[in-house]
Design a protein around this ligand. Structure first.
Ligand SMILES: *Cc1c(COP(=O)(O)O)cnc(C)c1O
Length: 392
């Protein structure tokens, strides 16, 4: 598979056919596995081979197909699938950290990621230093000889600030720290996290990998050594396993993820370009817009600008709410990466928990609106947005 393009790998890699020779992958909806003899059971508990399973919390053939396929797409040696994106973020961090360790993280994080780094890890004696992810001097000052890991989202939610992954990875690697990247916004299609120096890549498969709003899932990608020696023992005993049914949905999602992400990103660029300078907007943020402050990094790091646009609506909350309520095709929901275009008002939903000062620090205002662009016709999406802007 390694000489084939990622798009081909996303369709074929990891397939395990049963004796029936099915075309579409089977869902092995089973918790356990039987052994021909007591000796065989004993042997498998001593050491299980590649296609030998014990219990679905440890591994399952459908889950394994998803892990192999996403690893082949991303280009990593191995992957471990999890019940949600947060189980993946938590698993990647807690499986490798011990009390007394130091972590440096960018500050602009998905809310639950921030909760793990700011509230949970310190309770177990892990020291976490937060930095402005776009400020390389801040990373240099924060990463120490005893820093075990750095954590970042390559594109921040919802401001869409882009962090120079390659530069941060160089700073981290100089001190021997592992680079853990939450790569949801860059997607497995546009991002090249492994090439740019990430040691561990984490996805919420709930987003673009399912891409059709059905199942929760997540995945941790890294070397075979890290996945099987560090991540697997932690996750198989703490219970973050992905269900075989959800793994199947994600596996089939991977077959179309390339087409979907590209179509959604093309519409996103079209919509963002058309909205720039609109009289009702203070600003439009999209990583591949020439006006984006980190557009050069974004172009080097991502083949397309992603599927999310952030708008700052003039007039604050009242006008932002009027805009959301006037949309007809784009629906109000806090998810992203869906085939349906979705819109959310971060200050009152995803980032409600933060103080005003924290929101200001992250660049979230009362007029900030996050738009996840779906698979609808781009003229219809743009028409809906322009129509709703007319109503405010
Ligand atoms: C959604 C999301 C997560 C969490 O994923 P779940 O599948 O909802 O647990 C983590 N990080 C980012 C950047 C996300 O967008």
């Amino acid at each position: 598979m390694t000489n084939l393009s990622p798009r081909t790998r996303a369709v074929h890699a990891g397939t395990r056919r049963s004796q029936y020779g099915e075309v579409s992958e089977a869902i092995y909806l089973t918790q356990g596995f039987v052994y021909d003899t007591a000796e065989a059971a004993e042997a498998r508990f001593i050491e299980s081979g590649d296609d030998e399973y014990i219990y679905a919390r440890y591994g399952n053939p459908t889950v394994r197909m998803f892990e192999d396929r996403i690893a082949a797409l991303e280009g990593t040696e191995d992957a471990f699938a999890t019940a949600s994106g947060m189980a993946a973020v938590n698993g990647a961090l807690t499986s490798m950290l011990n009390a007394g360790d130091h972590v440096v993280s960018s500050r602009a994080l998905f809310g639950s990621c921030l909760y793990i780094l700011e509230d949970i890890l310190p309770r177990f004696g892990v020291e976490v230093t937060f930095v402005d992810g776009t400020d390389l001097d801040a990373w240099r000052a924060a990463v120490r000889d005893d820093t075990k890991a750095v954590f970042l989202e390559t594109v921040a939610n919802p401001t869409l600030e882009v962090i120079d992954l390659k530069a941060v990875a160089e700073i981290a690697h100089e001190k021997g720290a592992k680079v853990i990247v939450d790569n949801v916004f860059a997607t497995p299609i546009f991002g090249h996290a492994l090439r740019d120096g990430a040691d561990v890549i984490v996805y919420s498969a709930t987003k673009h990998i399912d891409g059709q709003g059905r199942c929760l899932g997540g995945v941790i990608l890294s070397t075979k050594e890290f996945i099987r020696k560090t991540v697997e023992p932690y996750l198989k005993h703490t219970g973050g396993a992905l269900s075989p049914f959800n793994a199947w949905v994600m596996l089939k999602g991977l077959e179309t993820v390339h087409l979907r992400c590209n179509a959604q990103a093309e519409t996103a660029l079209h919509v963002a370009t058309a909205l720039e300078g609109h009289a009702k907007l203070d600003s439009v943020a999209y990583p591949h817009l020439p006006s984006h402050p980190q557009v050069e990094i974004a172009k080097r790091q991502m083949d397309q600008g992603g599927t999310v646009i952030t708008l700052n609506i003039k007039g604050g909350k009242a006008e932002a709410f009027r805009f959301l309520n006037a949309l007809k095709i784009v629906t109000i929901s806090n998810n992203l990466g869906d085939s349906k275009s979705l819109v959310t008002h971060p200050a009152t939903t995803t980032h409600q928990r933060l103080t005003d000062a924290q929101r200001t620090e992250l660049g979230i205002t009362d007029g900030t609106v996050r738009l996840s662009v779906g698979l609808e016709d781009s003229a219809d999406v743009l028409g809906d947005i322009l129509g709703a802007l007319d109503m405010i």
